[in-house]
Design a protein around this ligand. Structure first.
Ligand code: ZN
Length: 395
């Protein structure tokens, strides 16, 4: 059992620890809080009062209560603070202001090239974020944290991108340090696929403990949630499956210098190239998706084969981490069931029956919102942690 009697920056009250029970939004009475913590009712009452003073917890009307009896239940107040969530892609950027439940309150999207470098891109982010906060009539001091997703590997502990291939000028750049010169709140940075995994789980699979989110777009990567937690690995690149070798691609060169990488066979540009070699006039992954939607047989077959290639790599992932959900997102997932069918075909044939008995392989439900939703979850997880609540109380 978690020790929630420990002291905190709120004096020795332990209110931030008690809050951990309330942050799921489910209303609870003082009595039930006392029961689940083993604390005296007077202690629980004092801590709840403290959280109410911070605005983090709010009384909830008791459905069964009649007359003038005061409400006896309490829950997270999602409106207490706001977070900024930024999904910075290769050529577009989205920023949103969300409440503490992750619901977007305002959002802005723009074409923006990540290769313009960190100061131009983060400068836009700060400016657009402040404009949205103002537009909502909120105050910048209500901001609890900022979550940012970028299209490259990130050292999670420092928030610095590390050798990101499509982000010139960003290598080892101190993203949190730069942003905090303008907004003095915690800044959390992660790669785009990890935040998409967080977003997908929050929207569609909140109670699933083991899942893999696969992004299939210009590149291919995955975000792994195991035991309910995002797994980043030792250097933050866990789930980077794009350069795993696929047997079919033995002769196909990859931009990484190797041959036969999954990304060189099954990404949007790779599928388009394979179709061009068959004489089909396509230039990009988006062209391929358009052809699939028009029922073009060659494009459908190429996408299905890409699904099989992805399935080959995912079969190993299924053996390693035994997920109960694999969600496929990214721009190529718009090709719909044809891509998923290829993945299913291989994973269900090649995995051990026990591993696939309860395994769902599905299209991403969050779709293009996965990134910004996940960036808000990254910020909220931090802001509502015991340390985050202590920091909010101290400000
Ligand atoms: Zn490669």
């Amino acid at each position: 059992m978690v020790d929630i009697s420990r002291g905190s920056a709120l004096g020795t009250s332990g209110a931030s620890e008690l809050f951990q029970l309330l942050r799921d939004g489910v209303p609870r009475t003082r009595a039930s809080l006392a029961q689940s913590t083993g604390l005296a009712r007077s202690t629980v009452a004092a801590r709840v009062d403290e959280l109410m003073q911070l605005g983090l917890v709010t009384p909830v009307a008791d459905a069964a209560s009649t007359g003038g009896r005061p409400p006896s239940q309490f829950a997270l107040n999602p409106a207490a603070r706001i977070v900024l969530a930024a999904d910075l892609g290769a050529s577009h950027a989205t920023i949103a202001v969300s409440d503490l439940a992750g619901s977007p309150l305002a959002e802005r999207s723009e074409r923006l090239d990540i290769a313009q470098g960190p100061e131009a891109v983060l400068g836009w982010m700060v400016e657009a974020g402040l404009a949205l906060i103002q537009q909502l009539g909120r105050d910048r001091h209500e901001l609890a944290a900022i979550g940012i997703g970028v299209p490259g590997p990130v050292e999670h502990s420092s928030g610095r991108p590390v050798n990101p291939p499509i982000m010139p000028g960003w290598d080892r750049f101190d993203v949190p340090g730069w942003v905090q010169q303008h907004l003095e709140v915690p800044v959390l940075v992660d790669n785009d696929v990890n935040i998409m995994a967080l977003g997908e789980r929050a929207l569609a699979w909140p109670h699933v403990e083991h899942m893999v989110f696969v992004k299939v777009a210009t590149g291919i990567g995955s975000g792994i949630i195991s035991g309910g937690l995002l797994q980043r690995g030792a250097q933050g690149i866990a789930g980077d499956i794009g350069h795993v070798r696929v047997a079919r691609g033995a002769d196909v060169p990859c931009h990484c210098g190797n041959r036969g990488c999954l990304e060189a066979l099954a990404s949007g540009p790779a599928i388009a190239r394979a179709l061009r070699e068959e004489g089909v006039a396509v230039h990009s992954g988006n062209d391929v998706v358009d052809l699939v939607k028009r029922g073009d047989l060659a494009a459908i077959q190429a996408v299905r084969q890409a699904g099989r290639d992805i399935g080959e790599v995912l079969t190993a992932c299924v053996s390693l981490i035994n997920p109960s959900v694999i969600a496929i997102g990214g721009s190529m997932a718009r090709a719909g069931e044809h891509l998923i069918a290829g993945v299913r075909e291989v994973v269900y044939t090649r995995s051990m029956p026990l591993a696939t008995e309860h395994l769902a392989i599905v299209q991403s439900a969050a779709a293009e919102n996965a990134g910004v939703l996940g960036a808000s979850m990254l910020a909220i997880h931090h802001a509502l942690s015991p340390e985050g609540i202590d920091a909010l109380a101290a400000r």
